[in-house]
Design a protein around this ligand. Structure first.
Ligand code: NAG
Ligand code: NAG
Length: 291
């Protein structure tokens, strides 16, 4: 056991080795279009970006840098009106096999019907951890703040500073955790009318195209990651802070109250209670304290 802990510590230290912490946020400097850039655009000195979906293509951006731990913020105003069949995604992902991924996805709906906010997390290639929510505001009327806090002990999804979901590090109990590889930040708007709205029953109404989702003030208060390094090259960072702290810090009472309010009133799907789908073989983290 002691040697296992030591191994964890070494892996942890190695993961931190080539990070440098930074704060920034400008679409021109920090992101590029990886898809459909011809009809999407950045404006407002790099603070604003519109993703566009029309009959020719959707569009997407990705960060130039990869990060390992941090607080990744984006203000998003979703496609208004009849957005059925469209999906706007905002997520972190590593590349390659056994990838890690932390997701926010917004499934559009017919005019006046509520969006579904879909969340998921993949660790070393394993996903199937969906939780879905309705929102307590109209996400198309204005920009709202969707933030992913990610440190060595927990991932927390925030909407307007309200925590809606926590995924804790239970690595010592054999449950994967995203702490071995950097992830890039992605956002995209695409046609998913084969599944997104009522299981694909409602199709995109192209007479409403072009569809536009507004992104604003991308901000990665995060640690840059420069790729895997040998454990022998490592040194523990001189300044320990929230992003590198190995100690789980529980949400405060106020945050816990808000999280419970969202989950009691707005959560519409939780993989941890879908016994039928998993034949009663529930993911091990489901029986651990979730926050
Ligand atoms: C967005 O939410 C995060 C998490 O609560 C917060 O730290 C950040 O200051 C917010 N950003 C803006 C621009 O409101
Ligand atoms: C769309 O609206 C309908 C009716 O309110 C609802 O049942 C459904 O969950 C909503 N969301 C999606 C993505 O279909």
């Amino acid at each position: 056991m002691a040697s296992f802990k030591a191994l964890i510590a070494v892996v942890f230290i190695s993961a931190l080795a080539f990070q440098s912490c930074l704060v920034h946020g400008n679409f021109y400097n920090d992101m590029y279009f990886n898809w459909g850039g011809k009809h999407s655009f950045i404006f407002g000195n790099g603070d604003d970006l519109n993703l566009v979906l029309d009959k020719t293509s959707g569009s997407g951006v990705q960060s130039k840098k990869a990060y390992l731990f941090g607080s990744i913020e984006m203000l998003i105003k979703l496609v208004p009106g009849n957005s059925a069949g469209t999906v706007t995604a905002y997520y972190l992902s590593s590349t390659g096999d056994y990838h890690d991924e932390i997701d926010f996805e917004f499934l559009g709906n017919s005019s006046g019907q509520p969006y579904t906010m879909h969340t998921n997390i993949f660790t070393q290639g394993k996903g199937n951890r969906e939780q879905q929510f309705k929102l307590w505001f109209d996400p198309t009327a204005d920009f709202h703040n969707y933030t992913i806090h990610w440190n060595p002990t927990a991932v927390v999804w925030y909407v307007d500073s309200i925590p809606i979901r926590v995924f804790r590090n239970y690595e010592s109990e054999g449950i994967g955790y995203p702490n071995q590889q950097g992830m890039q930040v992605y956002s995209s708007l695409w046609n998913a009318d084969n599944w997104a709205t009522r299981g694909g029953l409602v199709k995109i109404d192209w007479t409403c195209a072009p569809f536009k989702a507004g992104l604003r003030k991308f901000n990665a208060r995060a640690c840059k990651w420069n790729g895997p390094v040998s454990i022998f090259q490592c040194a523990f960072p001189s300044v320990a802070n929230w992003w590198t702290s190995p100690v789980y810090k529980q949400l405060n009472w106020d945050q816990q109250g808000k999280l419970k309010w969202v989950r009691d009133n707005y959560m519409i799907y939780n993989y941890c209670t879908d016994y039928k789908r998993f034949n009663g073989q529930m993911a091990p983290e489901c029986s651990k304290p979730q926050y």
